[in-house]
Design a protein. Sequence first.
Length: 1253
Amino acid sequence: MRLKSLKLSGFKSFANATTFTFGHDITAIVGPNGCGKSNVIDAIRWVLGETSAKQLRGGAMSDVIFAGVEGRAGKSLASVELTFEHTQDESTGIRHALNLYHELTLRRQVTKEGKSDYYINGQKVRRRDVVDVFLGTGLGARSYAVIEQGMIGRIVDSTPMQLREFIEEAAGVSRYQARRAETEKQLNETKDNLARLNDLQGELKKQHKTLIRQAESAKKYQALNDELFELNKNDLLKRIFEAWQYLETKKQDKDKSAQILHELEQAVGKAKKDLDVHSAKLAEANWLKDDARDNYHNARMKEQTAEHNYYSLNQEIASCEDKIARLTELKTQSEASIVENQKSIDEIDKELGQISPDVTEGALKLTALQDELTQAQGAFNAAKQQVGELAQKKSELENTHKLATAQKNRLLISHERVTKKYQELINKHENKEQNHDKEQDEIKTLTSNIATLNLAIDELSDDDGRQVFDEKSRQVKALQDELSALEKRHASMMGEYDTLHKLVHKPKHAPSAHDDSADNSGVDGVVADTKSGVDGIAMSQLDSLKDSIKLTRDGEKHADVLDKFLDFWLDARVMGDGRDFSLLPLINHLSTATHDGKHSHDDKKDKKKDGKKAKHKGDTSGLSAHERLPSMVLCTAPNFRQSSDKLIPLTALIKSPTLALWQGVYLLDVDTQTLDEQGFDELVTAWADELAQGVLILTKTGWIIGSFGVMHVSALGQGGQGQGMLAERAEHAKHLDELEERLGQIESELDDKQRSLKAMMSELDVLRVAQEERHVKHSKLTHSLHESRAKLVKLEHQISQDKLIWENFNSQKASLSDELSELDGELRLMNDEIGRSMTALDEHLPILQVAQNTLNVLSVSVDELSGKVRQMTQDRQELTLKQTTLTQNKVHVARLLELSHENVAKADTETKELIAQSVAMSERLPVLEDAFKQAKAETAELKVQSEEHEAVAKTLVIMQGKLQENLTDAHAKFAAAQASIANAHADVAVGESRLADLGEQMLGMNEQFNLPSTLADFRVSTPVFADNSSRIEQIKADIEKLGAVNLAAAAELAELEERVSPLDEQVADITDSMKKLQDAIRAIDDKTKQLFLGMLKAVNDEMNALFAKVFGGGQASLTLIDDESLPKTDKWRAGLVLMAQPKGKKNSRLAVLSGGEKTLTALSLIFAIFKQHPAPFCVLDEVDAPLDDANVGRFTSLIHELSDSVQFVFISHNKLAMQAAHELKGITMPTAGISSLVTVNLEEAEKYLEPRE
């Protein structure tokens, strides 16, 4: 099985449809970083069923769809398709039904919504189907055959169970695990079924005991219930009598209530009339009372208005007098305030005159002190500047001394370092001289070995043998292609053959389950039923009968007419569906014959006339001669008595099955196209005796002649389901014979070509073995040659390096001597500089001390003057503040004096106005007082009139209340009488209803009961009833003691006993099934253990050899961990631990190995698995990244070694790895974000380079 091609469309950066073809054993995918190389690996893992978006370097499954770039819209669908070729060898290929195909195509596509679909050879399948196809092949989304970037290092760090999964996949255990899981699932389901059956058995046994008790209780209950029924019937008759007595009493009460109701109705009418008369008088009195009340209220309003005006004017006069008094008091206060304010102004002026001279004198003294302070600050600043300059100079001298000292120390360190370096250089040169001679001798030995190896390799080169092998391979390939084409053609014809064979030889239908008379097969059942006279059988049997009909050679010539006839005739005769020939329309309107077949010619004419009338009236079921019979006619009808040799019996036309149905049916083998209506009449007349006995005659044009006359099959309204059945089957049978003949030829040709292919394959195997032996020997010699050349190049390079080192030694030695001399001179100069800096510093320190003392004296003087200035400034500010405050107080008092003068003038003016208003209001007061007294007198008079009218109305209201009470009492009595008669009616209705219900109950207990007759008996004589209540209560108590009774217990007990017996058989069957399933699981476990342990040992041996090969020694192993949680028999199910010990190192944890060592260890494991169980292909993504050139060479040699059995596709940036490939697939990105493919065949490229060399 080989990988043929990979097609990507819209997957990640592959926006355009891109197809990778893999026609070589080793293919390298190369390209710059970020161009989309790893997307190829992701595509392979994705199409093999990867479901984790994180494993594909995405956040969601829709992230694998091309998202779009600038100038290019994104895709809505991503698709990846893998195409495989395989040789139908189940030991190395697919163990699946799809193994029949020489080419297998697997496609997966996903939409923006994240929905994935899988297709195998164009047929939509489930993901589980994809996984099943590749079980045991080493292929899968996370198998050892697809190593993504960074995964090679993670293999070494895998958990024990992850390492175990690699070995299980290589051992083909996954197929058995899937079968074991299904078997275990069946076992669990079987256990559940057994548990349910055991529970059911226990439950049924409990029910059995319970039902026995319930059956006995039901029997007792039935006896008590029968006795109770009779007692209840007598008790019910007693209740009927009591109900009848109650009904008669209530009818008498109803008549008495009707008489009382009539008398009360007259009393209510009289009371209502008296009330209406008095109501009219009361309305008139109320009108007079309301009019007097309105007049009184109007007079009262006038009185209140006059009173309000009089008292309001009095209040206004008093208010004016109060305001005049307040204004007088305000004027007195303002005049006193004027005197006080004037006195305050005089005092403020006096105080201001005393403060002004002190303010002027303080200003002069302050100015003099400020000038003196300014002079002192100038002298202080000058001294401060001088001290700063001297301090800076001191700091510079100290820094100069420090720098010189530090420089001296650095020079001493450099001198010591150069001296040490000089001594080391001398010692190193002495060791190099000793190794130079050994390297020269080793170069001579390697040169001799290389020459010997070249001669041996030239002797192994055999171009002729390779050409013979290639030619034989091409012949085998061509023969395989021819054989594949023949197989495809054979498969296509076999499909067509199977289809025709199913049509010609349809399977028999199973008999219906509900048909007790049916036999075991459809046709046999029909035969049996028809022979026994059964008219109707199952439709499935009829279909089986139709499908089983086979014709003779003569019958095939007349298949068309037999199709038309058998389609409806079998339905009518066999199915018994009610279609009788006597009821079918007659095409030529002949009369329907009687069962004895004796009709006169006149009767036939009469029937024909009746048929024409029916047709004229619109009966469209029959057809006229002009519509159905041919237009051509004969003058005379043939003599069929003399043409009996033209009548072919149906039994001669139908080969099988042989049925009684075929008897008495004949086919007339003459042309009836030219017969007219008279001709068919003569046929019926000539064969009247035979036809009367049930004989049927068919014509080739579809006419049927029988005792009923002549008809055409098209008049029967058939749906045409069976039309053409026999003719089509005959055609299919003929085609089937032709196909059998052609299939025989193709199978013969296939056998010849397979024999040829087998012979050529044997020859090719012999050539391949020889070629492989030469190739292995050539590889070993080439490997030794490469190693020798690498050692020679390394030694030559080392010698050239030693030569450069020697030349460099002399120059370094001279340079170091010069550097030591320079350092000695610099040390002498630096000592002189340090002495000079110390002298200058000692001279400068006294000058700095004198300047600092002068600065301190000036600082004290400045501080004293500053204090005096601050004190005098504060005193002056206090005098100025006091002067300002007095001035502001003077302004405020002046404003108050002005306001007091204004208030006095305003009080005088307002007082005069208020006095004038008070005089005017006093003059109006007597007029308002007179008006108030007059309104008060009028109000008193109208009040007396209103009270008189109100007393009259009140008397009338009292009288009306008494009349209303009389009416209410009458109404209440009338309503009570109505209620009484309604109750009487209700009691009568209840009594009648109760009596009717009791009668219905008695009728339900005694069908002979007649209520009117019983009541008549009650009227004649009063019955006497016994008291059965105590016995009824006793029976009810006995029934209650029985509790809930299951009346169906007897039937349920019988049904339960029928259900219990089959359960024992079912339990035995399920127990046997469980044993078989457990045996199957044990067998699977044994096989799994054998395969796993065998594969583990083989992988261990191979990995140890490969590890020693790539590391030049050392050892590695995969061992089972000691899992204490597992029983001793299941220790082999534990995880695996990987141990590695490179040459020259102690056995240590894998985590402390370098990246290159981890990579080589993982590759040893992977390639060891491939050697034991090669997957169809291996995909590697930059696994050589951590390796140096030497280890890359070992890596490529391993790939070459395995490439005969495994197809390799790897991604690499290493040039040495690229040289190992037969074909390069370049991934470029000419447009940002869109990957493109460039393919280079290295073998073809070498042909173009040979002429240049």
